[in-house]
Design a protein around this ligand. Structure first.
Ligand SMILES: Cc1ncc(C[n+]2csc(CCOP(=O)(O)OP(=O)(O)O)c2C)c(N)n1
Length: 654
């Protein structure tokens, strides 16, 4: 196998040119086989096999730098830089990441996962190179989908005035995860069509000159005097050229020779140059070519059919959201749904099919999605921004400045909240509770099960201020069906009333808390189980009540501790002199790597056994402290609660 001859960076250059198509086939076979077992981003990678081969042949790694936008299409780059073995553990805990990681190889220039950063990163590398008088080549590889993100335009605007070489490869497959959208996409489509037109035109010229030797020249001349409306089609890349960026292309992205020639030419240009490369997503694997959206990111699948290996058949929270949105739209014609390039992932595809006029895909533009929603709300509509938790991070100021200050009724349906898993650090949705709860006017809810997600969405539509409903990437929990109390603003839901320990759980952690409840019951503890429901505002009355009646309050959330629910409950008890013991179960101040959610939860101490263990440990510490105080004779106080009982009555004291 040719692939066996690639053990380290630059080995590809030793493969004879004529063998490269065979190498490309071997790479495709390898990727299909490995990803069918581990899952991963297949379609995008199958599309850039030749492009990556050409880059690796024209560049010298790690001296030259390739910045992959998003980074989901870097599998071939990993393969060509000696990481073949890593594919056995792709995206698994402790295994190879599905994205570029500086810690994994010196050929990985930048850690990525979110879209539209490559142009800016590459430009930074170019500036650093020039200031340090270095000579290497910097290439940013950005897809047409990623080019819908505003950050990419900020980068291009900045790169346009560059006086040294910087290569941007635009990998145009006409697809984001789903079909690409918007004006730029249309423009690129125009260029592709223009190439067809140009080929037709030059063939026509040859034909006319040959078949009409006298008049043919005249006809050809008038053909050339095509007016400016056609100019766009005849001069591909005019938009970039007008900005001051050299445009090369379009180049057939599956022709290694053509791409090598284009890269060679681009290296000699003394400013920013875009090479427009046309590729096919899923190339070489029929199911992925037929269903590019499904094979953008896939779980394990059967190679023969392309069908998923695991399919529980159970509804996910996304499915529940998808259904409730259609109901809400039927009842209220003001409801309008917005996605930032994720109609499939957020479950809005069905909504789009039924209500095409009330659905907007803005492209990979989360910031714009939020400010656009603010405009819709001012215009009298009920916008629902359906977005993944980690991508909403892109919109912090838009939520604060454009939605919350104006107290506008924008609904945020936040999917993939909590531990997400195999995509790693960049995709874990573990910061939303923190960054949203610090914003005045914001309400935050989290459902414990599928019915509650439905109820919360219905409730959110009745509100007249910003509201976020956050739910995980998981099968929707079907337990606790009988607990479906009506939603009451700011009120938590007491599921089981006990007296020793109060478990206050947020969203998906209610299911975990139920198991903790059972484990502690076996040990003889009498717990109260509470579904927080509202993360903001917290249920202050309930917290006062349970702090008076329980030995320990345990908050549980899949969010970082810092700024999360537990911290807010703790702060409330501290500020209000509620002398109670609190244990906050949350994610520590660190990034959570890739791995299966079950393993990650275990490592983070979020699984039922770990939580129960921590609770018993804390109770032991409380007991020990009490014993020490009693033994030392300093205090005869057994707990913080009793300390409070003994405290003088404030009113009479002051
Ligand atoms: C900020 C942000 N929003 C959404 C995503 C989810 N996402 C990952 S890849 C992708 C599509 C990228 O399309 P394109 O750049 O054309 O690459 P292709 O997969 O088509 O090669 C999207 C929307 C993301 N990674 N980052």
């Amino acid at each position: 196998m040719l692939l066996d001859r690639i053990e380290k960076p630059n080995d590809i250059k030793r493969i004879p040119k004529e063998d490269l198509p065979r190498l490309a086939s071997e790479i495709r076979e390898f990727l299909i086989e490995k990803v069918s077992m581990t899952g991963g981003h297949l379609g995008s990678n199958l599309g850039v096999v030749e492009l990556t081969i050409a880059l690796h042949r024209q560049l010298s790694l790690p001296t030259d730098k390739i910045v992959f936008d998003v980074g989901h299409q870097a599998y071939i780059h990993k393969l060509l830089t000696g990481r073949r073995e890593g594919f056995e553990t792709l995206r698994q805990y402790g295994g190879m990441s599905g994205f570029p990681k500086r810690g994994e190889s010196e050929c990985d220039v930048f850690d990525t996962g979110h879209s539209s950063t490559s142009v800016s990163v590459g430009l930074g590398l170019v500036k650093a190179r020039d200031l340090k008088n270095e000579k290497h080549t910097v290439v940013a590889v950005i897809g047409d989908g990623a080019l819908t993100g505003g950050l990419a335009y900020e980068g291009l605007n900045n790169a346009a005035k560059l006086k040294t070489n910087y290569i941007i490869i635009l990998n145009d497959n006409a697809m984001s995860i789903s079909e690409n959208v918007g004006g730029m996409s249309k423009y690129l489509q125009g260029i592709r069509t223009a190439v067809g037109y140009q080929n037709f035109k030059s063939n026509l010229e040859i034909f006319l000159k040959k078949s009409m030797p006298s008049k043919g020249e005249k006809v050809v001349d008038s053909l050339k005097r095509v007016k400016s409306s056609m100019k766009q089609l005849l001069v591909p890349g005019m938009l970039f050229e007008d900005m001051g960026i050299t445009y090369l292309g379009p180049v057939d992205g599956h022709d290694i020779g053509a791409m090598e020639r284009a890269i060679k030419e681009a290296k000699n240009i003394k400013h920013t140059v875009i090479i427009h490369v046309c590729t096919k997503k899923g190339k070489g694997y029929a199911p992925a070519e037929r269903h590019p959206a499904r094979f953008h990111g896939t779980g394990p699948f059967e190679i023969e059919t392309g069908l998923p290996k695991e399919n529980s058949g159970k509804a996910s929270y996304t499915d529940v959201f998808s259904t409730v949105m259609i109901k809400l739209a039927a009842r209220n014609d003001k409801v309008i749904a917005i996605t930032a390039a994720m109609p499939d992932g957020t479950g809005l595809k069905r909504f789009r099919n039924i209500y095409p006029d009330r659905f907007v895909d803005v492209g990979i533009a989360e910031g714009h999605a939020v400010t656009f929603a603010a405009g819709l709300a001012v215009g009298g509509l009920k916008p629902v921004v359906a977005v993944y938790s980690s991508f909403l991070q892109r919109s912090y100021d838009e939520i604060l400045h454009d939605v919350c200050i104006g107290n506008l009724p924008v609904i945020f349906a936040i999917d993939r909240a909590g531990i997400v898993g195999a995509d790693g650090e960049t995709h874990q949705g573990i910061f939303d509770l923190s960054y949203l709860s610090s914003m005045p006017n914001m309400t935050i809810m989290a459902p414990k099960n599928k019915w509650e997600l439905s109820d919360m969405m219905k409730y959110a539509v009745t509100m007249d201020s910003p509201v976020a409903v956050r739910y995980p990437r998981a099968t929707a929990y079907c337990g606790l069906e009988e607990h479906r109390e009506e939603i009451d603003y700011g009120r938590s839901e007491v599921i089981y009333e006990g007296r020793d320990i109060a478990l206050l759980a947020v969203g998906s952690m209610v299911e975990t808390a139920e198991q903790v409840y059972a484990l502690l019951k076996e040990k003889g503890y009498d717990c109260t189980l509470i579904n927080a429901r509202f993360v903001k505002p917290i249920d202050e009355d309930l917290i006062i009540r349970i702090s008076e009646s329980h030995r320990l309050i345990v908050t549980m959330e899949e969010n970082v501790l810092s700024g999360g629910y537990g911290e807010h409950v703790t702060e409330f008890t501290a500020v209000n002199d509620l002398l109670t013991e609190i244990l906050c179960v949350a994610i520590p101040d660190e990034f959570v790597p890739h791995g299966s959610p079950a393993i990650l939860r275990e490592k983070l101490g979020l699984d039922p056994e770990s939580v129960a263990g921590r609770i018993m440990n804390r109770l032991q510490l409380i007991e020990n402290a009490r014993d020490r105080r009693v033994l030392s004779g300093v205090e005869a106080v057994v707990s913080a609660r009793e300390l409070k009982d003994m405290a003088p009555d404030r009113d009479t004291d002051e």
